[in-house]
Design a protein around this ligand. Structure first.
Ligand SMILES: Cc1cc2nc3c(=O)[nH]c(=O)nc-3n(C[C@H](O)[C@H](O)[C@H](O)COP(=O)(O)OP(=O)(O)OC[C@H]3O[C@@H](n4cnc5c(N)ncnc54)[C@H](O)[C@@H]3O)c2cc1C
Length: 561
């Protein structure tokens, strides 16, 4: 159980980040850094130093930090990534680098290293990935050979290479995953240690304001007290323990990046006149380029907030839930940013407009901290176990819970979200009977559908809580209760329809031979009937979104009228 910041402190922190960005990080400067492919080290150090102290949110109070909980971390990560995802990544890298210490370090290691992040504002890096070991970390080949004195292990010599390490060229301290005789283990290494070098900064597609570099270890000696936790072989377990939390942070990045793009597209759509009226009045524009993206982003927010609340309540690592949140938010953020370019027409395709940079930046959230495909696999495998354990009732049970909410909240889309859950349960059972998950493609498609269905459930529950005035005090309030209800109804219809149609497609595609009463089992005709009212909800949501006040993209060039 974590207490976290109180609401006033969280609001103050978010405001301070906003003010710092307003003062120091105008769009024009961010675009300049991006064009020069420059890591603005001085700015990052000011953000992580006395001036802003953003890193304090992530450090427990006993080590000099503010002791933010997972919910605080999500809100701060969303806010930072809406400003610049490269800068946010640099802060994230310090937190990632310290995470093995936070979960597995000895009390002495925590005091020694975490307090340096809080007090000295040092930057850290997290060195897990290798040239030949990315998604499959178990294939790592960096070694840690014990050094003995009088039969005692007094230190280790690390040799190998790490790839794509954020802050790799600038961090004072780096956590390195290496293979010791007892198995994969984390070590903490100071920059400047003999034999420890880094490559040139990578020339990246996006997040060009972050430093990413390869690391090289040539017989780097560290004392035995640099082995995190003091016991070999705990490295992968320690990495697993924090995935729920770290993937939530990257999910918040996808959410922040996606909304930052829409927050530019929406005001543009109000100002840009085409065919005699503003673009925001045109259904073909809003219902393709704005509304579905806002809806998906809010579904991902609902999944993030639920996962954060459960993490803070001490419900274990929640790796599958973290993966659901990350998959939903990173995919939604990427699609929203792409739509925002389209929404700006030719202007959006130029470096002068932030949406072009945001699109390149947010793309990374589908790759780092586990790719979307690895998320799909994690989700599908995790929930497949639940399906088997409950003899196929896992998602039927979740649907029944949603249905029980419907009586009190008939207008928030819980009934349609329940239909999606029932259809998913039937799809999974048909896959079990036909042994279809032996096809990896079907397994991963299931992972993606599971994430969408769980997101629909989360958004429907969030809309119900908002309608009852029961959202937590730290919850985001971008959309009001009525707007959340509309978003939930649009999303639930979309997800239920997708499950029904994708199920039919892949079951037929795998020649499953289980198709006789498939439509009836999936509830396809009820799901089709539930689409009634979709356009009216999209119309109302488009109007509501276009009414909202957003930070407008400064017009750099006069648009031809
Ligand atoms: C800008 C940037 C910053 C990064 N920062 C860090 C950092 O600070 N620390 C760190 O340790 N790492 C970092 N990474 C590494 C990142 O986490 C990895 O790139 C990512 O996990 C994918 O690994 P990979 O690049 O080796 O791709 P691979 O694992 O080779 O994957 C390539 C493709 O194959 C797919 N794939 C892989 N395995 C399977 C499978 N079994 N079935 C189906 N499909 C599969 C993947 O989804 C992907 O599409 C960073 C990467 C980038 C680009």
């Amino acid at each position: 159980m974590t207490n976290g910041l109180d609401v006033e402190m969280l609001d103050f922190t978010l405001e301070s980040i906003g003010e710092f960005a307003h003062r120091e990080l105008p769009d024009s400067l961010l675009i300049e850094f991006d064009e020069r492919d420059e890591f603005p080290e001085a700015l990052v150090r000011r953000m992580c130093g006395e001036e802003l102290g953003v890193q304090l949110v992530f450090v427990p109070d006993e080590y000099g930090g503010m002791g933010g909980d997972a919910f605080d971390v999500y809100r701060v990560c969303e806010r930072m990534s809406a400003i610049d995802l490269g800068l946010a990544t640099s802060v994230l890298a310090t937190i990632l680098g310290s995470d093995p210490i936070s979960v597995g370090g000895t009390p002495e290691q925590k005091r020694r290293f975490l307090s340096r992040i809080a007090e000295d504002g040092i930057l850290m890096a997290y060195g897990a990935t290798e040239p030949d070991a990315g998604s499959d970390l178990a294939a790592l080949s960096t070694t840690a050979a014990p050094v003995y004195d009088n039969g005692q292990v007094v230190g280790y010599r690390l040799s190998g290479a790490k790839q794509w390490i954020s802050n790799g060229g600038v961090a004072e301290l780096t956590s390195i995953l290496a293979l010791a005789p007892g198995g994969p283990s984390w070590f903490v290494i100071d920059s400047g240690t003999d034999g420890f070098t880094h490559g040139e900064p990578e020339d990246k597609h996006g997040i060009r304001l972050s430093n990413t570099a390869a690391l090289f270890l040539d017989e780097v000696y560290v004392d035995a007290d640099r082995l995190i936790g003091g016991v070999e072989g705990q490295g992968l377990v320690q990495a697993q323990q924090i995935f729920g939390y770290t993937r939530l942070m990257v999910a918040a990045f996808g959410l922040g990046g996606g909304w930052a793009a829409l927050d530019r597209a929406i005001p543009y759509s109000r100002e840009r006149i085409q065919a005699g009226g503003p673009l925001c009045d045109k259904q073909g524009y809003t219902h393709k380029l704005i509304v579905p993206h806002a809806v998906r982003l809010e579904a991902s927010r609902a999944a993030i907030e639920e996962t954060a609340e459960r993490l803070d309540a001490g419900e274990g690592p929640l790796n599958v839930e973290g993966a659901v949140a990350k998959l939903l938010a990173s995919e939604a953020g990427d699609q929203a940013a792409d739509a925002a370019i389209q929404a700006h027409g030719g202007y959006g395709y130029t470096h002068e407009y932030m949406v072009e940079k945001i699109k390149r930046d947010v793309r990374i959230t589908r790759i780092y901290e586990g790719t979307s495909e690895i998320m799909e696999m994690t989700i599908a495998r995790g929930r497949w176990q639940e399906h088997l354990k409950t003899r196929g009732d896992h998602y039927h049970a979740a649907a029944r819970e949603l249905e029980s909410l419907h009586a009190d909240h008939p207008a928030v889309g819980v009934d349609v979200a329940a239909m999606a859950h029932h259809a998913l349960a039937e799809l999974m059972e048909t896959c079990r009977v036909g042994r279809l998950t032996r096809h990896q493609h079907i397994l991963l498609r299931l992972g993606a559908l599971i994430a969408s269905v769980e997101g629909a459930g989360s958004l429907a529950r969030r809309a119900a809580r908002a309608a009852a005035g029961e959202l937590g005090p730290k919850a985001d309030r971008r959309l009001d209760a009525e707007e959340l209800a509309m978003a939930s109804r649009v999303n639930a219809r979309d997800v239920a329809f997708t499950v029904a149609t994708e199920a039919a497609r892949w079951l037929a595609g795998a020649d499953s031979g289980e198709l006789d009463d498939l439509e009836a089992r999936l509830g396809s005709s009820t799901i089709r009937s539930a689409q009634a009212g979709l356009l009216a909800d999209m119309d109302a949501l488009a109007q509501a979104l276009c009414r909202q006040r957003q930070t407008s993209e400064p017009r750099r060039r006069m648009a031809p009228t």
